[in-house]
Design a protein around this ligand. Structure first.
Ligand code: GDP
Ligand code: MG
Length: 151
């Protein structure tokens, strides 16, 4: 099984949507193997958003990601990177499809509820950035027969 790194952003935490997002993760049958609250700082955000540091909106993005604690999650499942990106929706909440997290819960291109890794390779790097190895548990629910019956 694959793993992915998800961050419930300050827009999720401040608006009381942590439970909504975790509810969707669990109803879908995605397995949670790591979960913790963190206060992000500029150092970790410069690494995490290295592809955006030169963009004019970067200082604003940093400030919005440090506005409150976040919840970091490691999720596990078959093809979970692609599955959870689909559940997340397009970057801008105003363009994200209804039914997705961003499509249902936000109207912003910046304060868009969740971060989700965009490839299995990046997921490995991002999990190592936000979690110590011992914080990611070797956990699989006992009965997967109704979740992954065709694999
Ligand atoms: P994601 O993978 O869908 O989260 O999108 P990106 O990796 O392209 O961007 C990372 C994050 O930067 C997004 O989730 C937004 O919070 C923010 N962001 C991206 N593009 C913009 C933009 O044009 N303006 C602002 N203010 N924030 C942006
Ligand atoms: Mg991205």
């Amino acid at each position: 099984m694959e793993q992915t790194l998800v961050i419930l952003k300050p827009s999720c935490v401040e608006r009381g949507l942590i439970g909504e997002v975790i509810n969707r993760i669990q109803r879908k049958g995605i397995i949670i193997t790591g979960m913790k609250m963190m206060q992000l700082d500029e150092k970790i955000l410069r690494e995490h958003y290295a592809h955006l540091v030169d963009r004019p909106f970067f200082p604003e993005l940093c400030a919005s990601m440090m506005a409150s604690p976040v919840v970091c999650l490691v999720l596990k499942g078959i093809n979970v990177v692609e599955v959870f990106r689909a559940m997340t929706g397009a970057t801008n909440g105003r363009k994200a499809a209804p039914g997705t997290l961003r499509g249902d819960f936000c109207m912003s291109g910046q304060a868009n509820i969740v971060h989700a890794s965009d490839s299995p390779e990046n997921a490995k790097v991002e999990i190592a950035r936000f979690f110590k190895p011992e914080e990611v548990l070797d956990y699989t629910p006992r009965d997967l027969s109704f979740l992954y019956a065709d694999d």
